[in-house]
Each structure stands twice: as C-alpha cells, then as structure tokens.
Write a protein that binds this ligand. Structure first.
Ligand code: ADP
Length: 251
C-alpha cells in the first residue's frame, strides 16, 4: 500500500481554485518532492494531506487513514513541518522539544534529536532568541519528535546557509534509510534533484508530471551534463509548466 494516495483532490477559496483535480501517489520509504512556483497549490495540497484542510472533493489516504476524519491518529504517525511554526516564544529549545515529545506515545530522545538538527549549542536558548536558520532547524526537530512513519517538510532548507543545508540533506537521507517516508516541498532545484526518488511538478492545482528527477530532465529533452544538471532540471520545469520557478527563497 502506498504511504499517501490522493485522487481527484479539489479545493477552492472563494473564486480561486487552489487544487484542481490532483492525483498523487507516494510510495512507502521514498523521498517524494513537490515542486511548483508560488500559487501552484503546494501548501494547500500538503495541508490536506496533513488533515489541516478539508478538500471540497476527492479522496485521500495517508498511512491508511483519512486525514480529516482520523486527525488524532494521524498526529501520532505523520510529522509536519510547515512554513509557520506556532510555538511558545519564551520557551527554550530543549523545553519545546520535550513538550512536543510529551504529545506522542512513542518518540525520539529530545537531546539526541537536538543534536541531530545541530542545535545542541542552542539548547538553552529561548525560541524568540533563535536566528531564522535555528528556528527552521527547531521546526524540523518538532516534526520528527514523535518518530513519525511519514513526514512532510515544507521548504526544508529555506534560510539555511550552504553548510547547514548539506547537513539537513544528510539528515533527510538518514531518515529515509531508516524507513521514513518523506514529502519534500521545495523551490530548490538542487535539493530536489539530489534527494528525491520521485518528483511531482504542480501547476495550477494539478500534477503536470511525476517521475524520477533524471526522467523529468530526459522527458523534457533537455541536455544533461554534470556541470549543468540543475539548469537542465530548471529547463525541464519550464518545458512542463511554461513558467520559471521564481527564485529559491519563496514568500
Ligand atoms: P503554493 O503553496 O504552491 O504557493 P497555495 O496552496 O498556497 O500554493 O495557493 C494556491 C492558490 O490558492 C493561490 O492562488 C493562493 O493565493 C490561494 N490561496 C491559498 N490559501 C488561501 C486562503 N486561505 N484564502 C484564499 N486564497 C488562498
């Protein structure tokens, strides 16, 4: 059984159709990338998968659960790192990780997890005193604290410097090697090309292509040489959607 299966998802906000008949299959244990420009419907899609929004139409199953009806059970098995992390700003990193650990029956060791995301030196810092990159690492730790079977990471490495970005990529690969299914929403071509087993390209609320990164490059008929793989990937994106992926640091 796939980890995530969506069929014919639709979601409108007033006159805006955010998700327009979307189909998606994420296999257990893979890193699945969702790529699309701003407004393509990525956040709405992952919010539906996470049980945070109810679709107007369509079917979705996540780890065998209906995300909307079985939200409480889903919380125990699906980790979610979204753009905005709502936490108590006066609490310290270690306090926040411990608090979130207490929401789960089973979970990670707080100090090991803090180490894993590279926050050991900041474990006693209050959230409000963390840099943007540190807040980002903390939000990833909070998504992983319940030892989820699947995790949604939205803009994993936004705000991180190149070294921290590479560390985070290594962490994601480790998670996959441990059997965790990962959905990665990204604007970063390099990240998607390096990490993802499959990538779905979203455009106007639909999946316009899904393939292995190399397959997308090939299908778009773009050149592929080692030096320019990210550019080739970018060209493939353009060929499929008719638009550029604007910038690497969205919003
Ligand atoms: P992405 O994550 O790819 O940027 P979103 O799912 O955030 O895409 O948005 C898809 C479309 O839905 C956009 O046109 C956006 O402006 C609109 N939209 C998203 N959230 C809301 C909302 N809460 N109310 C009204 N429109 C929304």
């Amino acid at each position: 059984m796939p980890a995530i299966e969506a069929r014919g998802l639709r979601k409108r906000y007033g006159d805006t159709t955010a998700v327009d008949g979307l189909d998606l299959t994420v296999e257990t244990g893979e890193i699945f990338g969702i790529l699309g420009r701003n407004g393509a419907g990525k956040s709405t899609t992952v919010e539906i998968i996470a049980g945070l929004r109810r679709p107007d139409a369509g079917e979705v199953t996540v780890l065998g659960l209906d995300p909307w009806k079985d939200r409480a059970r889903l919380r125990q098995v699906l980790g979610v790192q979204l753009q905005e992390t709502a936490v108590h700003a006066a609490l310290q990193v270690r306090e926040l990780v411990r608090l979130h650990r207490s929401f789960h029956r089973d979970g990670a060791d707080p100090d090991e997890l803090i180490e894993r995301v590279g926050l050991t030196a900041s474990a006693k810092k209050r959230f409000e005193h963390l840099s943007g990159g540190q807040q980002q690492r903390l939000s990833i730790a909070l998504a992983l604290v319940g030892k989820p079977r699947a995790v949604i990471l939205d803009e994993l490495t936004t705000g991180l410097d190149p070294e921290a970005r590479r560390q985070m990529w290594a962490t994601v690969e480790e998670l996959r090697d441990e059997g965790t299914t990962i959905v990665l929403v990204s604007h970063n071509m390099d990240e998607v090309r390096r990490l993802c087993d499959h990538v779905a390209i979203l455009d106007r609320g639909r999946v316009v292509a899904v393939d292995k990164p190399a397959g997308l490059i090939e299908a778009a008929g773009t050149d592929q040489d080692d030096a320019g793989e990210s550019e080739a990937f970018e060209a493939a994106f353009f060929a499929l959607t008719g638009s550029k992926l604007e910038g690497e640091e969205p919003r």
